[in-house]
Write a protein that binds this ligand. Sequence first.
Ligand code: HOZ
Length: 425
Amino acid sequence: MTTRNEELFQRAQQHIPAGVNSPVRAFRAVGGAPPFFERAAGAYLWDADGKRYLDYLGSWGPMVLGHTHPAVVEAVQAAASKALSFGAPTEAEIELAEAICRLVPSIEMVRLVSSGTEATMTAIRLARGYTGRSLIVKFEGCYHGHADSLLVKAGSGALTFGNPSSAGVPAETAAHTLVLDFNDSEQVKKTFSARGSDIACVIVEPVAGNMNLVLPAAGFLETLREQCTKHGAVLIFDEVMTGFRVAQGGAQARYGITPDLTTLGKVIGGGLPVGAVGGKREIMQKIAPLGPVYQAGTLSGNPVAVAAGLATLKLVEEKDFQAKIEATTQALIQGLIAEAQKAKVVFSAQSIGSMFGLYFRAAPPASFAEVMQCDKDRFNKFFHAMLDKGVYLAPSAYEAGFVSAAHGGAEIDSTLAAARAAFKA
Ligand code: HOZ
């Protein structure tokens, strides 16, 4: 019998390419019809057939408090009852900017946008405008949204479908993007000694989360900082994923590295579309209308989205928030490793803050090449076995997972029970 999910998926494909708009387009890689969701609360989601799922994706990162947190819903309702959009400043935007600058110390000024892609695109333009140089450096498997110059050997959905460099990006544009190997400090040094005076910026996910989860090797982020400073290039940390997840002040706080610019998204919108680019005052003052680097957006600083972000950050700022969510994530990872060992499955896992990676490989990967060695078919099998049991993981072997503050001991126990069976599938 056709389920309601399947019916909706058939219908969606008539007028929406592949039937999807969101990153769940990745579902095509694991096969089958994606669940169409109707509601969510705390750590759980319900699909169109009324099936409940324990959620480890959190809308691809933003839902750090869990779904429909009462404080966030109340803030959104209050803001929506006053206005949906002004395209003019509000006091709440100042409060959100103040909160971001307080929580992420390298950010002296911040401009709100509506997505992570807008944030990274703006950061690159700012770096080029500030330095007067064209070349940008990124790392294979890192994903920084879908702006042309960044869709070169990218991670996330692009990698999931085996098209890490998108069609439609002119070769002339891609030629300005140098792609290096994540965690290869020597290659970074060599590149800077050859082309240092042409490099406008280095953009990096300080903890890579779009080729599964890859932690920075000892000294890698330090090398980026040192080389950018030495050669007058701008260091951009893309913390769209890691912001308020890897630590309250992001990966930069956890690893003690100060970037020149930071891009944010996901958590700062609490589930509504907000992105941000921020950093050194000297660079941020180049942005229009203060400076010559143009940036725009009709809905930037939207009052409803800002209200959701502010309500979320207020709770994220509470003492022990990060420690508790990190402990839950560690319990999940240790439990999964133990279950895989019992089932004699070649598997490893790791976490940092409330982000985690699962790998069908003996040890966590430290490079893009090692990520490629993970057993993708085994992942797809595990994914579907977990989904059947009501556990919703990222539908791609190349995405990090997320735990929320609404996950607790009961959720970890039921996940491990599901995994016990799924490792045998
Ligand atoms: N950054 C998100 C996943 N890590 C979204 C990417 C996408 O839309 O494919």
